[in-house]
Design a binder for this molecule. Structure first.
Ligand code: IDP
Ligand code: MG
Length: 150
C-alpha cells in the first residue's frame, strides 16, 4: 500500500443491543482503543423504528429486514464515531464477515457471535454511508476534534 492510499477517515460504529445485554461494551471499546483508532463521539441510544429503517434502508424488502429492525430496536445501542487512517476499511476488517459462522477468529464477530442478526456490531462500509449514518446518530457539534498522544 502506498502512502497516498492512506486517508484520514471517520466511520460510524454501533454495538447492537445483544452486545450491550451480554456486557461486551468494554471489551469491544478496548479493542478499538488498542488498535489506535480515536473515538470522537459516543452515546448510548434507543433507536426508533423510523431511524432503524433509515439506517438499513438499502436492505428494505430483503428477507432478514424485519428481524434485523426488531433486534436493533429491542434495547440500547452504543453508537460511536471512529476516526483514523483508513478507518472505514480498518474497522470493517476488525469487525469481520457479516455471518459470524464465517467470520475469522480474531475479528469481533469471529470472537463474540454465532447469530447473523445478533452479530454484535455494525460498521459503515463506504465514505458515503459513513457520513449518512453519522448524521442519523450525531449532530456535528457532538463530534470532538482532538489528536492522539504521540
Ligand atoms: P454488515 O453488517 O456486515 O454490513 P449487511 O449486508 O449490510 O452486513 O447487513 C446488515 C445486517 O443485516 C447484518 O449485520 C446482519 O445482522 C443482517 N443480515 C445481513 N444478511 C443477512 C442474511 O442473509 N440473513 C440474516 N441476516 C442478515
Ligand atoms: Mg452493511
Amino acid at each position: 500500500m502506498r502512502q497516498s492510499d492512506v486517508k484520514k477517515e471517520r466511520t460510524l460504529v454501533f454495538l447492537k443491543p445483544g452486545a450491550i445485554m451480554r456486557g461486551l461494551m468494554g471489551e469491544i471499546i478496548t479493542r478499538i482503543e488498542r488498535k489506535g483508532l480515536l473515538i470522537t463521539a459516543l452515546k448510548l441510544v434507543k433507536l426508533s423504528r423510523e431511524k432503524a429503517e433509515k439506517l438499513y434502508e438499502m436492505h428494505k424488502g430483503k428477507h432478514f429486514f424485519e428481524i434485523l429492525i426488531e433486534h436493533v430496536t429491542s434495547g440500547p445501542v452504543l453508537a460511536m464515531v471512529i476516526e483514523g487512517p483508513n478507518a472505514i476499511s480498518v474497522m470493517r476488517n476488525m469487525v469481520g464477515k457479516t455471518n459470524p459462522l464465517e467470520a475469522a477468529p480474531g475479528t469481533i464477530r469471529g470472537d463474540y457471535a454465532l447469530d447473523v442478526t445478533k452479530n454484535v456490531i455494525h460498521a459503515s462500509d463506504s465514505p458515503k454511508n459513513a457520513e449518512r449514518e453519522i448524521r442519523i446518530f450525531f449532530e456535528e457539534n457532538e463530534i470532538i476534534h482532538y489528536s492522539e498522544i504521540s
